[in-house]
Ligand binder design. Structure first.
Ligand SMILES: *[C@@H]1O[C@H](CO)[C@@H](O)[C@H](O)[C@H]1NC(C)=O
Ligand SMILES: *[C@@H]1O[C@H](CO)[C@@H](O)[C@H](O)[C@H]1NC(C)=O
Ligand SMILES: *[C@@H]1O[C@H](CO)[C@@H](O)[C@H](O)[C@H]1NC(C)=O
Ligand SMILES: *[C@@H]1O[C@H](CO)[C@@H](O)[C@H](O)[C@H]1NC(C)=O
Ligand SMILES: *[C@@H]1O[C@H](CO)[C@@H](O)[C@H](O)[C@H]1NC(C)=O
Ligand SMILES: *[C@@H]1O[C@H](CO)[C@@H](O)[C@H](O)[C@H]1NC(C)=O
Ligand SMILES: *[C@@H]1O[C@H](CO)[C@@H](O)[C@H](O)[C@H]1NC(C)=O
Ligand SMILES: *[C@@H]1O[C@H](CO)[C@@H](O)[C@H](O)[C@H]1NC(C)=O
Ligand SMILES: *[C@@H]1O[C@H](CO)[C@@H](O)[C@H](O)[C@H]1NC(C)=O
Ligand SMILES: *[C@@H]1O[C@H](CO)[C@@H](O)[C@H](O)[C@H]1NC(C)=O
Ligand SMILES: *[C@@H]1O[C@H](CO)[C@@H](O)[C@H](O)[C@H]1NC(C)=O
Length: 480
């Protein structure tokens, strides 16, 4: 379940064309990039620094580096002539003991087994050390100990998946080596288990060298996000989702953030205007919170943004003009808010847009988007905006389900049931439409097919009239 959810969250960001830099396996390599110097575990002799560790050798993170969990543990083609016998070493015995104490089922040579998805070792000799470890589906009695963590300070990435163990203080060496922490339904109370404590925000906030932080499906005990982020200056990717996180959005953000997902929490208050500082931000998901106020004009400074997901909040006011400066935007979801005002015609300049959802808001006036623009989208949702209508001479009724056509003043045409003098022919089609379907029914009337129908019905009525008239006149004559 949770794996699927994590995968889906990742996919959301991945569906963006240019964000292949955020895929899962690169997470490890990417996370390790800024801390390359830390790869050499303390116990390893300086001369044996591996040249083929699963960490990018180049200083720049290579987004498509093959450092996937499945590939990395494979034996490395030994380049070091000094000690050929240890060219594929085994895992450090202390780390082996730590893994066993954590209940990780590993064979005699965990690093050597190519099929492992849960750990990645470096290539150091004589013993290899763990770079990445995922503890998953832990038994209820599994215990996390400081002793075990003290033996695992070579870790750059640590992940918990469905591990209900309680958090323990982290050794300072681990704190400074760890670039990536993921905690999914682990280390704290799950919803519905009020007897267990939540994951303390303070525990997370100590990890100030994190490049990548993920906390999903666990109650996070902290009064505001600001406390967690305060010292995380090198953070790139932040996911805190479904954690009951409350309080306002922070005033200061780590400057190099590329992805922020704070969906499904209890965040309150306005969107901060200083989001505009985050010029590397590609993905912003704040859906399912209690955010209020306007969309700030400074949003337009988020020039790298590709995905903007603010649905299911309490946002009001118009879409700011500045949105047109987000030229890379492919995914825009502002549904289920109280946004109002008219929809900007300049939105048509966002030619990368593929997903466009403004459902269930209070937008009004004439939809200024033509059929060409809408046909380029994969998803276009506008229903649930009762005062919004479309101009049938620029927008085809086929591409705007759930909207009414406009009258000549730019207001939605009323439902046929409420009576319009010119609409009489429509009522002859059969039972009068239900109120809910009224808008759909009325916009069909403007297609070429319906005009043909209307003419046919009118002609039919005239013919019937003539036949009746003739019959009546004959009857009159016959009577005479
Ligand atoms: C080295 O790797 C090979 C192939 O993976 C394996 O057969 C061999 O047992 C390993 N040697 C040691 C000392 O682990
Ligand atoms: C840590 O490693 C040492 C050897 O380096 C070992 O004696 C000890 O049992 C290990 N601790 C745990 C908790 O595995
Ligand atoms: C949250 O943390 C505070 C201390 O920071 C503690 O007193 C409180 O019991 C915790 N609440 C829960 C639900 O764990
Ligand atoms: C949120 O997390 C709880 C566990 O804390 C889980 O039961 C629930 O299904 C999650 N909700 C969603 C929408 O994933
Ligand atoms: C952040 O770092 C400063 C100085 O290093 C320290 O005083 C402060 O307590 C830290 N804050 C948190 C939340 O860890
Ligand atoms: C942010 O990224 C830039 C360039 O990638 C780098 O020079 C700078 O040091 C980073 N800032 C922080 C706080 O990591
Ligand atoms: C939003 O706030 C209202 C009232 O303050 C509360 O009832 C509701 O549960 C909150 N929703 C979320 C998602 O936090
Ligand atoms: C868009 O960016 C340009 C500079 O590139 C700036 O002059 C303009 O004010 C921005 N538009 C909005 C609406 O913020
Ligand atoms: C939008 O809604 C706000 C508050 O509900 C209101 O003050 C404002 O006048 C509305 N704006 C438009 C253009 O309807
Ligand atoms: C649709 O709108 C776009 C952008 O405003 C414009 O470039 C294009 O010519 C329009 N297409 C039609 C068929 O009107
Ligand atoms: C609909 O579009 C046509 C052609 O662009 C224009 O003449 C007409 O005024 C528009 N109607 C409304 C209600 O905006």
């Amino acid at each position: 379940m949770n794996e699927m959810r994590t995968a889906m969250l990742l996919l959301l960001c991945l569906t963006l064309p240019a964000s292949s830099t955020t895929s899962h396996s690169p997470k490890v390599s990417r996370a390790s990039a800024p801390v390359t110097h830390k790869v050499v575990a303390p116990t390893v002799a300086p001369s044996s620094a591996p040249s083929l560790a699963p960490v990018p050798a180049s200083p720049t993170p290579s987004p498509l580096s093959p450092a996937g969990p499945a590939e990395s543990p494979g034996p490395a083609p030994g380049k070091g002539p000094p000690i050929p016998a240890t060219k594929n070493g085994t895992l450090d015995p202390g780390q082996m003991a730590a893994l066993q104490s954590l209940g990780v089922a590993v064979g005699s040579d965990p690093c050597g087994q190519g099929s492992h998805q849960i750990l990645i070792c470096d290539e150091s000799t004589p013993f290899r050390h763990l770079l990445f470890l995922q503890l998953q589906y832990c038994p209820l009695d599994a215990v996390l100990t400081e002793g075990a963590l003290l033996n695992l300070t070579s870790l750059q990435a640590l992940s918990f998946l469905d591990c209900p163990m309680l958090p323990v203080p982290l050794p300072s060496q681990l704190i400074s080596s760890l670039a990536s922490l993921s905690c999914v339904a682990s280390l704290g109370r799950a919803a519905g288990h009020e007897d267990q404590p939540g994951l303390p925000g303070v525990w997370v906030s100590h990890l100030h060298d994190l490049v990548d932080l993920t906390v999903i499906d666990v109650v996070l005990n902290v009064s505001s996000l600001e406390l967690i982020l305060a010292n995380m200056s090198v953070l790139h990717e932040l996911t805190i989702s479904n954690t009951s996180l409350r309080g306002p959005l922070p005033k200061v953000w780590p400057i190099n953030l590329t992805s922020v997902d704070l969906s499904l929490n209890h965040l309150q208050g306005p969107l901060p205007s200083f989001f505009g500082q985050l010029e590397h931000l590609e993905c912003l998901d704040l859906s399912g919170n209690n955010l209020t106020g306007h969309l700030p004009e400074s949003m337009g400074k988020l020039r790298s943004l590709q995905k903007l997901q603010l649905s299911s909040n309490k946002l009001v006011g118009p879409i700011p003009d500045a949105i047109i400066n987000m030229t890379l935007l492919t995914y825009l979801d502002l549904s289920n808010n109280n946004l109002n005002g008219s929809i900007l015609s300049s939105l048509a300049t966002l030619t990368n847009l593929r997903y466009f959802d403004l459902r269930n808001n209070a937008f009004r006036g004439v939809l200024p988007l033509n059929t060409t623009f809408i046909n380029r989208l994969n998803t276009f949702r506008m229903d649930g905006n009762p005062s919004l209508c479309y101009n049938s001479s620029i927008t085809s009724s086929k591409v705007v389900s759930g909207l009414s056509p406009c009258d000549s003043n730019g207001f939605p045409l009323p439902n046929p049931g409420s009576g319009g003098p010119a609409l009489a022919p429509g009522n002859e089609f059969g039972p009068s439409p239900q109120p809910v379907e009224g808008t759909q029914h009325s916009h069909k009337r403007h297609g070429p097919k319906t005009i043909v129908w209307a003419v046919a019905v009118a002609l039919g009525a005239i013919i019937i009239f003539i036949v009746v008239a003739v019959a009546v006149s004959r009857w009159c004559r016959w009577k005479e």
